[in-house]
Ligand binder design. Structure first.
Ligand code: SAM
Length: 251
């Protein structure tokens, strides 16, 4: 399970990779992968519309790179959620300015027994792993205060042999045939209003030069090459949704 993360954990401990586990966003001039990862996190943080004194949650927080950027720029209360205790252990290392709660649990279980306590929830490139995405949206809706906001990005695949290789290689990928309609349907069913949807896939493409060769004509069993093939052909997408919790007033 999450074999790609096992090797990244070793690389992170050895100081060979950054504290971001995602594809990066290449807008503007050529960037290094690490700078593009910061840009991707920054893009999500601006969609969150943060200010001081907010309760901010990152679900599937990885090594904590995005939460650490929030910690540098804002004063508030932070929560990092991850199913994997090894990543939580790495994320919490070092100094944090703000109080941080670290929760080792599934994405749909981070708010048990509590409601209306969070102002902003982020989940960056993690939801494709979640076994219960509808439960995740319901939990977020319950955790958020009225007017709170959820920013969630994930990867959606078409139905093809390449998609099969991607979902296998990045397992667990429990709902490989999820569509954008499914996503917005689950979000609105949970009570969210969709404010914005952006497909970031084209802006991730330059980063694949660091990660894999160009796709050959025949299909491979290499998940990163096949994801590159799908993104290039427009057969996979990377939606980032900006969702407003019930109630019209924004905090
Ligand atoms: C591609 S990484 C993204 C990490 C982080 N958001 C970042 O941007 O660096 C996917 C993350 O989702 C986490 N994850 C996988 N399944 C999960 C689950 N069921 N509940 C919560 N987190 C999960 C993984 O442990 C991993 O940290």
């Amino acid at each position: 399970m999450m074999g790609y993360i096992d090797s990244l954990i070793d690389a992170r401990r050895a100081g060979h990779v950054s504290d971001h586990i995602h594809l990066g966003l290449f807008a503007g001039p050529a960037l290094s992968l690490e700078a593009a990862q910061v840009a991707m996190a920054r893009h999500h943080i601006s969609a969150l519309d943060l200010c001081d004194a907010l309760d901010v949650v990152d679900v599937g927080c990885g090594f904590g790179g995005t939460l650490r950027m929030v910690d540098k720029d804002f004063l508030g209360k932070l929560t990092g959620v991850n199913i994997d205790p090894r990543q939580i252990a790495l994320a919490r290392e070092g100094a944090w300015r703000n109080p941080v709660d670290w929760l080792t649990c599934d994405a749909s279980a981070f708010s048990q027994g509590r409601s209306g306590w969070a102002d902003r929830i982020l989940s960056l490139e993690a939801m494709f792993h979640f076994p219960d995405p509808a439960g995740f949206f319901a939990t977020c809706a319950k955790a958020l205060r009225p007017g709170g906001r959820l920013v969630v990005s994930t990867i959606l695949l078409d139905r093809s042999p390449s998609a099969h290789a991607v979902a296998q290689g990045f397992a667990p990928w429990p709902v490989p045939d999820m569509t954008l309609d499914d996503l917005t349907g689950m979000a609105t069913h949970a009570g969210f209003q969709v404010q914005d949807i952006q497909n970031l896939a084209p802006l991730t493409l330059p980063g694949f030069d660091w990660m894999c060769p160009a796709p050959p004509p025949e299909i491979t069993d290499h998940p990163v090459i096949e994801l590159r093939r799908l993104f290039t052909a427009g057969q996979a997408s990377y939606p980032m949704l900006v969702l407003q919790a019930g109630g019209k007033t924004q905090k």
